[in-house]
Design a protein around this ligand. Structure first.
Ligand SMILES: Cc1ncc(COP(=O)(O)O)c(C=O)c1O
Length: 432
């Protein structure tokens, strides 16, 4: 399937490999196609082939591609004003719009241009308000790759140890293992062991815990939901101990679970909420929502302390406003829930029929399953994963699935008919 479109004397993949910093993106290398444009739920390659996009740039294209309202808003704003350090109506309008959908009490939002940057601000806000250094995260969580965030979770644990970072800790995330996406809403698990481990971890920390940061549903680790009552029990524990609870809603926010935020789905109010990805519909935009009591008692109360080069950029605000318009359209969240139901049932059926698919799971439009080796029952090896991924791609469906922990993040604008096409493509590839 290797694409040979040329960029100068070299193919597109070759140019990216030669001139891009570091290694190229694995999934792009696995797919070997070159994407020229997208429309709605589909990406199109340089040969004109279309793919239902269940990767959505890991949730960034959550409202599909080239949504006419979003594209027009960007074009109009770009023709007016792209950057200024002064106040703009776009920033005011956008903050007012955001205030209508964030959980009560978290109406004050600082705007940034990437998820990691927003997480860094959230951590620093918590440390500044509490005067405590320590942050506890969850082992398989992912919050970014910068100096602070990359040391949350276990991903870069050896680097953390080598550098002597001693203010970030992690405890096990209490996965829901007994339910697929159809039955998740009946999971009664509370994550009691994880809470006990968290308490033990905190007890050994000199200077106190500033915050606990958690993904409401693990994204990068394979779209795996927690035991369903865990987040509300964690909320209770944080309140009792005086730790701030940070929900990292980079993936779960803006409708992905069929509610505005995961905080709504799980009925949990964080102290700080981090948002990004789908927030800008594809334009870089992220934010940190927190109450006045935190902002005003932190180092961020200083004038300009929250500012950043691209924060509150007028084009980003226009993109964000267009996203809010789409999100608030009548029937939008109902459609997310309906399509999620179709996909959940379809995955259950595929798991029953496929020798390669196990542990299907998820909540809302954050779905996943594991590719396994039918001979051994172990996670599928790289070759098998790539074969199944490419077979699915050839049938017109892009999944985050060149690895054993498969993720499905379809656009939230997906129709039931498109969901059925996607299930047919997946089934054709993995059911023999
Ligand atoms: C939950 C979560 N937090 C933070 C980040 C980092 O966001 P960004 O890549 O926009 O910096 C990601 C990225 O995948 C994420 O999934």
């Amino acid at each position: 399937m290797l694409d040979t479109v040329h960029s100068g004397a070299h193919s597109v993949p070759d140019t990216i490999r030669r001139l891009g910093g570091g290694g190229p993106r694995r999934i792009a290398e696995s797919a070997g196609v070159v994407i020229t444009h997208g429309r709605g739920a589909r990406l199109f390659d340089s040969q004109g082939r279309g793919y239902l996009d269940f990767a959505t740039a890991m949730g960034v294209a959550g409202f599909g591609h080239a949504h006419p309202r979003w594209a027009q808003a960007l074009a109009d704003q770009a023709a007016q004003l792209a950057a200024t350090v002064l106040h703009t109506p776009m920033q005011a309008d956008y903050l007012a719009g955001l205030a209508e959908i964030v959980p009560d009490g978290l109406e004050r939002v600082a705007l940034y241009s990437g998820g990691t940057e927003a997480v860094e601000v959230a951590l620093r806000l918590a440390q500044s308000v509490t005067g405590s250094p320590h942050v506890v995260s969850f082992t398989s969580g992912f919050h970014g790759k910068t100096a602070g965030t990359r040391f949350t979770g276990q991903r870069y644990a050896s680097e953390r140890a080598a550098l002597g970072i001693d203010w970030i800790h992690d405890v096990a995330y209490p996965l829901c293992t007994g339910h697929d996406a159809v039955s998740y809403s009946t999971c009664e698990g509370e994550g009691a062991e994880a809470l006990a481990e968290l308490d033990r971890c905190a007890a050994g920390l000199q200077g106190g815990v500033a915050a606990v940061i958690v993904e409401p549903v693990l994204g990068t680790a394979g779209n795996r939901p927690p035991q369903r009552h865990f987040l509300s029990r964690l909320r209770d524990l944080c309140t009792r101990r005086g730790w701030l609870l940070i929900l990292d809603e980079n993936i779960t926010g803006f409708g992905r679970l069929g509610t505005h935020f995961a905080a709504d789905w799980f009925s949990v109010k964080p102290d700080i909420l981090v948002m990004g990805k789908a927030m800008g519909g594809g334009f870089p935009l992220s934010g940190v929502a927190a109450p006045s009591s935190l902002w005003d008692n932190s180092l961020y109360a200083e004038m300009s302390a929250t500012s950043s080069s691209y924060g509150a950029n007028p084009v980003a605000c226009a993109a964000g406003l267009a996203v809010l318009d789409i999100l608030r359209e009548e029937g939008f969240l109902d459609n997310v829930q309906a399509v999620a139901g179709v996909l959940a049932e379809g995955l259950r059926d595929i798991e029953r029929r496929s020798p390669y698919v196990e542990r299907s799971r998820g909540v809302g439009l954050m779905l996943g399953f594991d590719f396994v080796d039918p001979q051994s029952g172990a996670p599928a090896g790289p070759e098998l994963c790539k074969r199944l991924f490419l077979d699915t791609l050839q049938r017109g469906l892009l999944i985050v699935g060149d690895v054993p922990g498969v993720r499905l993040n379809p656009p939230m604008t997906l129709t039931v008919a498109e969901a059925e096409q996607a299930l047919e493509a997946l089934s054709g590839a993995v059911c023999r």
